[in-house]
Design a protein around this ligand. Structure first.
Ligand code: SF4
Length: 442
């Protein structure tokens, strides 16, 4: 090993992105791993969205992060480095939920959050005794993590490199979501002073909070928002819509510089609509209007394919969204990610069409829906998203809220993605539905 050991951190890409890559965010996981790396290490990045992987380079360790749709590519990259005798560590959500699978392509697997175990892993590597697994278990309600590093991202163009997390974990445990299995079932927040101190180091306005639910615990979110009010940042993040029940929270959100918030509404009917995270004594339309009136762009995410959904769900959802008029509607195909209760259920019921992880991207159907064929689900999803991005629908939404210019800009961007994507071809099996291993992109 050289005196300055070299660590290569890799973000695998599953497809080539054109100009859209300029609107991507850097991997926060890798920024955190870089921050947790002792200073004697040289840290390099290969973000495959922006550059080729330096397969011929000399490194003392390669670390690869992988969500489920990236796993196949991550394994292929790992195999190539290991063939050259370079040790590889895999981490992230997919290796955490399927460590046995990941172990076949790695010298070590990090299970759970990397920060608490990373320095130990590097010490062990240098001492020649790296273990096959490093596991961290979330505990308590205080999140203690280092400020993420941005210096090693230089030379690449992202929407912003100013990404940050104030909290991790979520108690709602939605059956399709990987957050609870990965980050635990309690909200853990950082000390507000620590977050605000990190935010003060940001030299540009645009900032993105990558919390899964930054407003999940309103009383812990409020001091952060109050502190942000004087910083002059413009930021976006994710939350669940129930935050809008609290008028003070909505007002603080606007004063803090929030310009966009992504909320998961998921379904207009059935158990998800009545879930504690969305079920409210207020109507969702009222809550959406409260946010819209502040001029904050509200992106409402819907999922198609739950067991109570039949073919009427597309029309019902489109009409519902016309009434509520969130700034940006987003539609996803239900995707049972490994590690979730939904995956276990569908797998038990023999409803998974395949386990080709690269297709688990919520734009393709990977399971057999209960009341539709996979093709009906796919075509209904595709038609619904086109319907809500017709120009008359876009203009109607934009005219109903404050902040019209920014709303229009968001809609135009999103419309480009909706009308510009490739259609997946679903070859039919003998029974008119998908067979095993089908649903490939052409
Ligand atoms: S509320 Fe959101 S983050 Fe929490 S478990 Fe449900 S989907 Fe996941």
């Amino acid at each position: 090993m050289t005196t300055a050991p070299r660590l290569l951190l890799i973000y695998p890409a599953t497809e080539k992105l054109g100009w859209v890559r300029r609107f991507q965010l850097p991997s926060l996981s890798l920024k955190q791993v870089a921050a947790a790396t002792p200073p004697e290490w040289e840290v390099l990045l290969a973000d495959e969205i922006h550059e080729d992987i330096p397969f011929d380079g000399q490194f003392d360790l390669v670390g690869i992060t992988a969500m489920t749709h990236q796993a196949v590519r991550a394994y292929a990259i790992a195999d190539r480095f290991r063939q050259r005798g370079i040790p590889v560590v895999l981490g992230g959500i997919h290796p955490t939920v399927l460590p046995e699978e990941a172990s076949q392509h790695a010298d070590a697997v990090v299970i759970g959050e990397a920060e608490p175990v990373w320095a130990q892993l590097l010490n062990d590597l240098r001492a020649g005794r790296m273990a096959p697994r490093y596991r961290s278990i979330p505990h308590g309600d205080l999140l203690e993590i280092p400020w993420s590093r941005r210096d090693f991202l230089a030379g690449r163009t992202y929407l912003t490199t100013q990404t940050i997390q104030a909290s991790r974990g979520c108690p709602y445990d939605c059956p399709f979501c990987t957050v609870t299995p990965y980050f635990g079932r309690t909200f853990r927040y950082r000390d507000p002073d620590d977050i605000l101190a990190e935010l003060r180091t940001f030299d540009r306005k645009l900032t993105v909070f990558l919390d899964d639910n930054i407003l999940g615990d309103p009383e812990r979110a409020k001091p952060i928002l109050r502190g942000m009010a004087g910083l002059g940042l413009r930021w976006g993040g994710q939350a669940n819509l129930r935050f809008a029940e609290d008028p003070e929270l909505v007002s603080l959100l606007a004063q803090s510089g929030c310009i966009g918030i992504f909320v998961g509404i998921e379904s207009v009917s059935g158990p998800q609509a009545n879930h504690p995270k969305t079920g409210s004594r207020f109507s969702q339309a009222d809550l959406i209007k409260r946010v819209r009136d502040t001029g904050i762009v509200l992106e409402a995410s819907m999922i198609f394919g739950f067991d109570d959904h039949d073919e009427s769900v597309f029309e019902t959802t489109v009409r519902y969204l016309e009434e509520c008029a969130p700034s940006i509607p987003t539609f996803h195909i239900l995707t049972p990610y490994p590690g979730t209760a939904l995956f276990e259920q569908f797998d038990r019921e023999g409803r998974m069409l395949h386990k080709e992880w690269q297709h688990y991207d919520h734009n393709q159907v990977v399971f057999r829906p209960k009341q539709m064929t996979p093709e009906q689900l796919y075509k209904g999803w595709r038609a619904a998203r086109r319907e809500v991005y017709r120009w008359p629908s876009v203009l109607s939404r934009v005219m109903q809220g404050n902040g019209k210019l920014i709303n229009l800009a968001y809609n135009v961007l999103r419309r480009g993605g909706v009308y510009g994507d490739d259609e997946v071809v679903y070859p039919k099996g003998p029974d008119g539905s998908l067979g095993h291993n089908q649903g490939m992109k052409p």
